[in-house]
Design a binder for this molecule. Structure first.
Ligand code: G3I
Length: 451
């Protein structure tokens, strides 16, 4: 399988992506007013799953192009879409997405090479030796076609069972090739495109639990034996039955500490309003708190096309309006404003002082933590600011620096001590030490007001 004849050579593509990164950085320095540019300001990408069939819809594509810096084909690179019969590869829909992404300077995540689902029936009917060959041919076929064009590949997806056992999930690969199929897939992938980051991707592994422990043990084993693995993807499909785990950041960090990147790969959180916004904030803050968390991808542009559309789990509603969750993510990424309607209160050009506040946990131990709130002025200079921070009921603050707090129950209202004056776009921060008293939850940072 030869590489596709691209309109852009690999070098030209790399140049385009680098130029896009520079543009994003410059954009971010001026006003980080989109998800992609705000994330770039934090050294991360912010992506979305994309379906080729929606690219003809003007609002869909306008939102995609304006807000996101990375795309993941939602279904178009899966085995049933790309090799429906053995040795016959079809890339039409996937190419459409990759071409579109490249035309906009976006990166592409590859999803996914070896998975038990969306697998054509011919794969399941092969004997072990033939299956091994078919798996390698499939990896080589896809990765060869897109060589140099994919920043990260989900090489193996969802190979572990849910529940407490930490066992591998039954699949044609597991059942006929045994545990070693994962390692063989990664070794094949490394040879097929040495420039791509190779990821293992799964769900219900977002917190510390039996399933994530099993994946952790596998990654640790791979690293100790030199099996090529570069990243672990945490799908992060959340709802009331599967909420954002309180140890989400710790779990990302322990994987990062094994020497791999971590990525949030399929984020969606069912809900609405401020509760949904607060959960999105937790996820973004967790990623930003982990140096090796290189980026986040939400699993779709708009609620109306989500695989869980009834749960309205995304950042844009069915008419592409920004939801409170969008504002929360943008704010947590350090961004502000809305390029679509300058002149609204607090937005560029209205002459009114404004600010945003973002929260990070900067230190963590069994009984307590240090939190930091960073206040960033909008497009006008600020002479004073006010931020409210609501702590979980059990927690108590023992000290606070670079700010002046007043208390009402578990809500602290913080004003400047010496640091009220900010030039347009400049930042300051205050910090505090809190005792957990049994709750490891993050505090909620309210709106920043400025004068
Ligand atoms: O394209 C056909 C259409 O022609 C047909 O009329 C229609 C009838 O059901 O089906 C359409 O295909 C559907 C496809 O999505 C495209 O919309 C499939 O039935 C449907 O099963 C498929 O669902 C996808 C699902 O993976 C399959 O497992 C979702 O879109 C996709 O969001 C979801 O993504 C997965 C990740 O790959 C892995 N992690 C979990 C995540 C959510 O399930």
């Amino acid at each position: 399988m030869s590489m596709r004849l691209r309109r852009l050579s690999r070098a030209a593509t790399a140049g385009l992506v680098a130029a896009a990164a520079l543009t994003a950085a410059a954009h971010s320095a001026e006003a980080a007013d989109t998800l992609g540019s705000a994330a770039a300001g934090q050294g991360r990408y912010f992506g979305t799953a994309v379906a080729a069939s929606h690219l003809g819809e003007a609002d869909y594509t306008a939102t995609l192009d304006r807000e996101f810096s990375s795309v993941t084909p939602e279904n178009e690179m899966k085995w049933d879409a790309t090799e429906p019969s053995r040795g016959t590869f079809t890339f039409t829909s996937a190419d459409r997405i990759v071409d579109h992404a490249q035309s906009q300077g976006m990166d592409v995540r590859g999803h996914t090479l070896v998975w038990h689902s969306q697998l054509p029936s011919w794969v399941g009917s092969l004997g072990a030796s033939d299956l091994r060959t078919a798996m390698k041919d499939h990896i080589n076929g896809l990765m060869g076609h897109y060589k140099g064009e994919i920043h990260s590949w989900d090489v193996v997806n969802e190979a572990f069972q849910d529940g407490g056992s930490g066992a591998r999930r039954g699949s044609p690969f597991q059942d006929k090739l045994g545990d070693g199929f994962i390692e063989e897939a990664f070794r094949t992938a490394r040879a097929a495109d040495p420039a791509a980051k190779l990821c293992y991707n799964d769900y219900n592994t977002d917190g510390v639990n039996a399933k994530s422990n099993a994946v952790y043990d596998m990654v640790k084993d791979f690293k100790s034996r030199g099996v090529p693995i570069d990243c672990v993807g945490f799908q992060s499909h959340f709802n009331s039955n599967s909420p954002v785990p309180s140890d989400y950041r710790q779990n990302l960090q322990r994987f990062a500490d094994l020497g791999v990147d971590v990525q949030i790969t399929e984020l969606d959180i069912e809900g609405s309003g401020s509760a949904q916004a607060a959960d999105y904030t937790k996820v973004v803050e967790a990623c930003l708190a982990v140096d090796r968390c290189t980026g986040m991808t939400v699993w779709g542009v708009t609620d109306k096309y989500s695989w869980r559309s009834g749960g309205t789990p995304l950042l844009f509603d069915g008419t592409y309006q920004e939801k409170p969750a969008y504002d929360a993510v943008l704010s947590a990424l350090g961004g502000s404003g809305d390029p679509g309607d300058p002149g609204e209160p607090g937005e560029p050009g209205d002459g009114t002082a404004s600010c945003t506040a973002t929260y990070t946990r900067t230190a963590d131990w069994n009984s307590g933590y240090n939190g930091q709130v960073t206040i960033t002025a909008g497009d006008e200079p600020v002479s004073a600011w006010t931020v409210t921070v609501t702590l979980p009921a059990q927690q108590s603050v023992s000290s606070l620096w670079n700010g002046t707090p007043t208390w009402s129950g578990n809500v602290m209202t913080v004003k400047p001590s010496w640091n009220g004056t900010l030039a347009a776009g400049a930042s300051t921060s205050f910090g505090f030490t809190a005792a957990k008293n049994g709750s490891d939850a993050a505090p909620a940072v309210g709106t920043c007001t400025a004068s």
